[in-house]
Design a protein around this ligand. Structure first.
Ligand code: NAD
Length: 320
């Protein structure tokens, strides 16, 4: 297949590009590098089936020749990023999604939207099934991201209904792994960075809020299963093993061997108190289930952050 990956230089996108190349696809990575890094795909640029194009998909999303699939990942995704880039986040979700959908429509290609568990906001239903409509502030500090993704979902569903685009929506829950930016403001990268520097681990609130952490390799398997299907979704992708933030801090200390203390900060506005995916639909429709435990995933992530060789593929030349 020839697959266009928007946001392919980002954390998830770079892993997706790698996995698609590994199985024989041709990959066009479109990215404006507003939150991603060219370094994430530097090892791919000489590959004969890989093209890296610097492009803002909110302005245009085109590539020469026919396309079989479009995976739309382009969007700032962490709270500090969308706090810094609020208007760009809204346009990536709206115009960016529209441009990516039009590329898929013109080519009669499969379209994959990477939506988010943030569409559930601070959920009143637990765990969150896809039928739940969410509890989102339309004007709060997180709304630029949450509402952009909700609009992107509506746009994707409408293109499927009215223009017969073979689209699918996945809602991704917290995912972590190598290539997260140390200062991206996400809880795993923040704790790992702090623990490795022997700095205090900064816990917002009392740390009793929960998250469900999915290792990147599991998530990418789910993305590809959805890309290869004709399933409309939305489908939750995440690891349902729910942990408190305080528990996560303890696991990071164990994985790094650090004796950093924990420091408590105020809870950010609209911070969700509980997050856990119901993944029955992903299991039934895609046969997908995550397999990497948090302990193992953290071991690999810490290995990458500390520059040590990571078991598996990341520090080795790609066999593609
Ligand atoms: P990331 O910031 O590492 O990657 C996003 C990429 O999109 C970056 O490379 C950025 O430069 C690019 N981008 C942003 N706006 C663009 C534009 N207008 N044109 C071209 N490129 C643009 O974030 P990520 O964690 O890899 O997230 C990828 C996607 O997955 C996002 O859509 C995000 O909403 C979704 N998602 C991620 C998670 C997670 O836990 N990582 C959870 C839920 C949803």
């Amino acid at each position: 297949m020839k697959v266009v990956v928007t946001g392919g230089s980002g954390f998830l996108g770079s892993h997706l590009c790698e996995a698609l190349l590994r199985r024989g696809d041709t990959v066009w990575c479109l990215d404006n590098h507003c939150t991603g890094r060219a370094a994430n795909v530097a090892h791919l640029v000489d590959h004969p089936r890989f093209r890296l194009v610097r492009a803002d998909v909110s302005r245009a999303c085109t590539v020469p020749g026919p396309v079989d699939a479009v995976a739309h990942l382009a969007s700032p995704a962490s709270p500090p990023d969308y706090g810094r880039l609020p208007l760009e986040t809204l346009t990536a979700g709206s115009l960016g999604t529209q441009n990516a959908l039009l590329l898929a429509e013109r080519n009669e290609a499969r379209f994959l939207l990477t939506s988010t568990s943030e569409v559930y906001g601070d959920p009143l239903v637990h765990p969150q099934p896809e039928e739940y409509w969410g509890n989102v502030s339309p004007v709060g500090p997180r709304s630029v991201y949450d509402e952009a993704k909700r609009y992107a979902e509506a746009l994707t569903a409408a293109h499927r209904r009215t223009l017969a685009v073979d689209s699918g929506i996945v809602r991704i829950f917290n995912t972590y792994g190598p290539r997260m930016r140390p200062h991206d403001g996400r809880v795993v990268s923040t704790f790992v960075r702090q623990a490795l520097a022997d700095e205090p681990l900064t816990i917002h609130g009392d740390g009793s809020q929960t998250r469900s952490f999915c290792y990147v390799d599991d998530l990418v398997r789910g993305l590809i299963a959805m890309l290869d299907s004709h399933c409309a979704g939305p489908v939750n992708l995440g690891n349902p093993a729910e942990r408190t933030v305080r528990e996560l801090a303890g696991l990071v200390l164990a994985a790094t061997g650090s004796s950093s203390p924990m420091e408590h900060l105020p809870l950010p506005v609209d911070d969700p108190t509980r997050r856990c995916p119901d993944i029955s639909r992903a299991h039934e429709l895609l046969g997908w289930t995550p397999v990497v435990t948090l302990e193992e995933g953290l071991r690999r992530t810490v290995g990458w952050f500390s520059g040590a060789p990571v078991p598996g593929r990341l520090r080795q030349p790609l066999e593609i």
